[in-house]
Design a protein around this ligand. Sequence first.
Ligand code: TYD
Length: 140
Amino acid sequence: MSVKDCKIIELPKITDPRGNLSFIEGGEHIPFDIKRVYYLYDVPGGSDRGSHAHKNLHQFIVAMSGSFDVVLDDGKEKKRFHLNRSYYGLYVCPMMWRDLDNFSSGAVCMVLASTRYDESDYIRDYDQFITVAQEKSNYI
Ligand code: TYD
């Protein structure tokens, strides 16, 4: 898995003078079935979230309101993505260390996830992440 496998995906947008509408179908607009939705809100200015990786989880991150940055790191390469529209989102494949920062006031970060919450899927130590990422790339 490389940071190059992660990408911004533009969602369908039904524009309407009464208000626009976007939608996401698991396996159709994003490359996994959706098992869980969670969201970050009331994020104080200057706060950082994330700082972990997932072994198997696929995620899709959308700025439903406001803006923030997601920095992805595959152990070799890092890339910063700025999210600020509700009609596109960032697909994050497994084994990506992620940091979320630069939250605007009122930002809402919605995350669609491929599995239910499972703490054993997390890697919360960066050195351990690098070790596991290297093991996986040697195995491939
Ligand atoms: P965490 O994933 O570390 O937050 P973030 O990556 O946004 O900084 O989760 C923070 C806490 O919330 C942690 O104690 C686990 C809990 N949590 C759940 O119980 N269910 C969930 O679906 C998520 C994402 C977190």
